[in-house]
Design a protein around this ligand. Structure first.
Ligand code: SAH
Length: 380
């Protein structure tokens, strides 16, 4: 059992407990899960162990994904015992699991501070996808997204991001099929840059989760300074940009972030982004009935993207009672898609998955109201 000192002591979180008994009950363990090679090396060196063991540890954590030190048989008993004095291997606690009629599974994780986050497993005939969260809630407040409407709590740590993937992979049925990962769950990944990029490195590392960069997609509204930084990373995922409107005025109505990072600048940056294996950037466009789904909007979108090699992914709104927009008609989705296709813009329509369990895009949200103690939103 692990009791955090903060919750067990009254007002003196940093003071060491005074009796040996208390001290052993209140022992704090640090989590190895979430550390990269440098962090693991530091942990080993502090115990007087050679740093080359870090790679073995790394493989146990992220390639074999064992849940405890005991399973790490090639480390030797003594080293495991030494590590176990101050370190543990811990994934976030899966608190709920909901299965949709279409096979989609939504996982709810309860984090140490009570924050809840969600991840989604989406099986298809030829591929399977995990959608992960990078923040508890989201500060962006896009008008059609339940996550934004429900509020923002905090950034996730690498162990909380990677733990979602590890849990879903462990829970999913064994199939001879690679994984796709989409960073499209709760939160804006580029507002949690360091933890997100650290997690992506482990996901794409051959000694880690070994997901190929082509099968990993990060979705963002286009936080420009962070997008520039991501372009310079040695390994990068695919990029999807949340566009949702063909002009700045309409985008501003739907997405307050437009004021800070205007769509023309976001598109210009996205077009410079080096997609893995020469692929194309994707623009996501949520279709909202009577707001941005008219043929005129489609034609305007064609003009906006003309000359920019890209794909457009149309997402019919996944509705929820709290979302003040309605889903588009099938006819308007088809007409919209046809106008793009006729103009030689590559277009796809995203099928909603797991709507009955609120697992579809934009339906993930914090449980209950964010508490007043919630952190202030990060500077955008
Ligand atoms: N913050 C990131 C990633 C999370 S959202 C981003 O905005 O890209 C992933 C995608 O789902 C985004 O394109 C988002 O706009 C879309 N989305 C949000 N709410 C939706 C809803 N109610 N129905 C359909 N798609 C939605």
């Amino acid at each position: 059992m692990i009791i955090s000192i903060e919750s067990a002591s009254c007002g003196h979180p940093s003071r060491a407990p005074s009796t040996p008994v208390l001290s052993s009950i209140l022992k704090m363990f640090s989590n190895l899960f979430g550390l990269e090679t440098a962090g693991l090396e530091a942990a080993l060196t502090a115990l007087g162990e050679p740093p080359y063991r870090a790679r073995q540890l790394y493989q146990w954590l992220y390639k074999k994904r064992v849940r405890g030190l005991d399973a790490m048989t090639n480390l030797g008993k003594d080293l495991r015992a030494k590590l176990a004095e101050s370190w543990e291997v811990r994934w976030p606690e899966m608190a709920e699991r909901h299965l949709s009629y279409d096979g989609t599974v939504k996982y709810l994780f309860r984090l140490d501070d009570g924050a809840t986050i969600e991840s989604v497993y989406i099986p298809e005939e030829t591929r399977r996808t995990i959608c992960i969260s990078t923040q508890a809630g989201c500060p962006l407040k896009c008008g059609f997204c339940l996550t934004g409407i429900s509020g923002y709590k905090r950034n996730l740590k690498p162990w909380e991001i990677l733990g979602q993937v590890a849990t879903v992979m462990e829970d999913a049925p064994r199939r001879e099929m690679g994984w796709n990962i989409v960073v499209m769950g709760m939160g804006e990944p580029l507002l949690n840059y360091d933890a997100t990029v650290a997690s992506l490195r482990v996901l794409m590392d051959h000694d880690g989760f070994a997901v190929t960069p082509k099968k990993l997609t990060l979705s963002t509204v286009g936080i420009l300074p962070a997008l520039e930084k991501l372009m310079a990373e040695p390994v990068r995922p695919n990029l999807a940009i949340s566009l949702h409107a063909p002009n700045a005025a309409l985008r501003r109505e739907l997405m307050p972030i437009e004021d800070k990072y205007p769509l023309e600048d976001v598109i210009a940056a996205a077009q410079r982004y080096p997609i893995p294996r020469g692929g194309l950037v994707t623009y996501e466009y949520v279709l909202l009935k009577g707001t941005n789904d008219a043929p005129a909007h489609a034609r305007e979108l064609v003009r906006l993207l003309k000359g920019s090699p890209c794909k457009v992914n149309l997402i019919p709104l996944n509705p929820a009672p709290e979302i003040p927009f309605q889903a588009p008609s099938t006819a308007s989705v088809n007409t919209f898609a046809q106008i793009l296709a006729d103009a030689h813009v590559t277009v796809s329509v995203r099928r909603p998955r797991g709507q009955d369990i609120l697992a579809a895009c934009g339906q993930l949200h914090l449980k209950g109201r964010p508490r007043p103690s919630a952190a202030a939103p990060p500077a955008l």
